[in-house]
Design a protein around this ligand. Structure first.
Ligand code: HEC
Length: 216
């Protein structure tokens, strides 16, 4: 004898109510246990106009930091820590206007500790992203960002500075300062110190020689 239609409908509704109730309980264990819910960082995608005049960022020793998700204080705390730490998502770190590291959302890339590397083309009109990713970008001297920065000792979260274990780059502190002071997106610095003008001339000659070597 077939089951009456009305009975099977009622059973189906009851069944789905029980399932829904169970599902709800399983979905919110933190609330049930009274624990603070885990805050997850939503995925975000840095854009060219996130990169601004380098000197408008927050200076930390020789480099600059920012945070695209409004967590600048947390970024500064790690950058200024004497024992290192893990930079929070949204952190932007730059030494020179044309290269940047951005800490993406957790899970973005285990290989890069969630950092994304950028090559930027900067002009008075702003920044254009020319290369971005986990292992695609190379610096102005042809070195791969990840390969070099991955050599930083673990507690520094891929930040090199001069003493964290990375291979050196051929820029003196004066050269770096001169490059930062001539970011074309920033208001010009009047009266650049003579040693910085000289540093820029040495860099220009170095680049011309490298270009001539590449295209004889
Ligand atoms: C050969 C190694 C090497 C390569 C390749 C390299 N870097 Fe660096 N990078 C360094 C070193 C060393 C410093 C520290 C320089 C200083 O403080 O004078 C540095 C500094 C930086 C900083 C400032 C924070 C820090 O780590 O000290 C950023 C941001 C950065 N590099 C991004 C990049 C990006 C992006 C690329 C690729 C486009 C790149 N680097 C390629 C070695 C490298």
């Amino acid at each position: 004898m077939p089951v009456p239609v009305r009975y099977s409908l009622a059973a189906a509704i009851l069944g789905s109510l029980i399932l829904a109730a169970c599902g709800q309980k399983a979905a919110a264990p933190a609330e049930v246990a009274g624990e603070a819910p885990v805050v997850e960082t939503a995925a975000f995608e840095p854009q060219a106009d996130d990169f601004k005049c380098i000197r408008d960022m927050h200076p930390v020793r020789g480099f600059f930091v920012d945070n695209l998700l409004g967590e600048l204080e947390a970024t500064i705390a790690v950058a200024e820590s004497e024992t290192g730490g893990v930079y929070p998502p949204g952190s932007v770190v730059q030494l020179v206007p044309g290269e940047a590291m951005v800490k993406r959302e957790p899970g973005f890339s285990a290989e890069t500790k969630d950092w994304e590397f950028f090559e930027l083309d900067v002009s008075p009109a702003g920044a254009v992203i020319t290369v971005r990713g986990t292992h695609e970008a190379v610096n102005q001297f042809g070195g791969n960002c990840l390969e070099c920065h991955a050599k930083a000792e673990a507690q520094w979260d891929l930040i090199c500075e001069q003493t964290h274990g990375c291979d050196p780059i051929p820029l003196t502190a004066v050269m770096t300062k001169a490059i930062q002071n001539t970011d074309p997106r920033c208001p010009p610095v009047d009266d650049l110190p003579p040693e910085q003008i000289e540093a820029l001339e040495i860099l220009k000659a170095f680049r011309e020689a490298a270009a001539a070597n590449a295209n004889p």
